[in-house]
Design a protein around this ligand. Structure first.
Ligand code: CP
Ligand code: NVA
Length: 305
């Protein structure tokens, strides 16, 4: 039987996603109570990072250790991947030694190609197209603070990047309305928009997009891999900064999320992360809990454990 992968939120049913975020909350409570819970004893997660990371590496590595297992970090700089060993060959070898593999990469096709050759679950730790682990944690965070997001309205402001694409998938799977305000030419993937139908609306004016919003989120204007475009993007995205005045135009109980890292003074005002409406630190912490739920769901425990 081929392994179950998590390359996108669409790899799970809405029921499975709901169960994962509720399980994330339970695992968080277990940890807060200091309960030892080690279902993945002797299990090993391989992690390939082609891009930098703080939260993703920490949360997967700490999560595996807390679940009783271990994680091994690889990068193209110090593995044969960087010297041209074919990805499919690497996938076969890694899946013979490990119990799951997490990959942070540029092209999304790296994930699909690796998964096609892997006998063990492959998890998307961010690609140029999608960041499903982050949005899983974000959905857990919304549930904790406000209850179900179904039927609510979210506004995405800024770049139509991997986070924005993933929120379109979340709008489909969790059934909420999504308003997206991006500069012309910097919108999300057209194929995802077509799939989402009329639950997603595109705006160019951020003020119009946040009207009625229960959740507002943004991200850096220049994602990893786009460093050559920094100057052009700084000028173009300036009207898309999220600040207190923009939050004031949304619903009274609006929450603000940012996947981090943030560039204060660019996509957010200097002090927005300190605003009581911001839940960015909870989001970051929930990477740990939501991914532990995901690992528990995907990785087979060792026999006898
Ligand atoms: N949000 C997120 O994925 O952070 P890192 O890039 O630090 O992993
Ligand atoms: N959009 C950002 C997210 C970082 C977590 C990037 O891809 O660099």
């Amino acid at each position: 039987m081929s392994a179950r992968h998590f390359l996108s939120l669409m790899d799970c049913t809405p029921q499975e996603l709901d169960a994962l975020i509720r399980r994330g909350i339970e695992l968080k409570e277990l940890r807060e109570r200091g309960v030892l819970f080690e279902p993945l004893k002797n299990r090993i997660l391989g992690m390939i990072f082609e891009k930098a990371s703080t939260r993703t590496r920490l949360s997967f590595e700490a999560g595996m250790i807390q679940l009783g297992g271990q994680a091994i970090f690889l990068s193209p700089r110090d593995s044969q991947l960087g010297r041209g060993e074919p990805l499919g060959d690497t996938a076969i070898v890694m899946s013979r030694m490990l119990d799951a593999v997490m990959i942070r990469t540029f092209s999304h096709s790296t994930l699909t190609e690796f998964a096609a050759h892997s006998q063990v679950p492959v998890i998307n730790g961010l690609s140029d197209d999608l960041h499903p682990c982050q949005v899983l944690a974000d959905m857990q965070t919304f549930l904790e603070h406000r209850g179900s997001i179904t039927g609510k309205t979210m506004a995405w402001i800024g770049d139509g990047n991997n986070m924005c694409n993933t929120y379109i998938e979340a709008a489909i799977q969790f059934d909420f309305h999504l308003h997206i305000a991006c500069p012309t030419g910097y919108g999300p993937k057209a194929s995802l928009l077509a799939q989402a139908g009329n639950r997603v609306k595109i705006f160019t004016d951020p003020n119009a997009a946040v009207a009625g919003a229960h959740l507002i989120s943004t991200d850096v204007w220049t994602s990893m891999g786009q460093e050559d475009e920094v100057q052009a993007r700084l000028a173009l995205f300036r009207p898309y900064q999220v600040n207190q005045a923009l939050l004031d135009r949304a619903e009274k109980d609006v929450l603000f999320m940012h996947c981090l890292p943030a560039h204060r003074g660019e996509e957010i005002s200097e002090d927005l992360l300190d605003d009581p409406r911001s839940v960015a630190w909870d989001q970051a912490e929930n990477r740990l809990h939501a991914q532990k739920a995901l690992l528990e769901f995907l990785v087979k425990p060792a026999l006898g454990s």
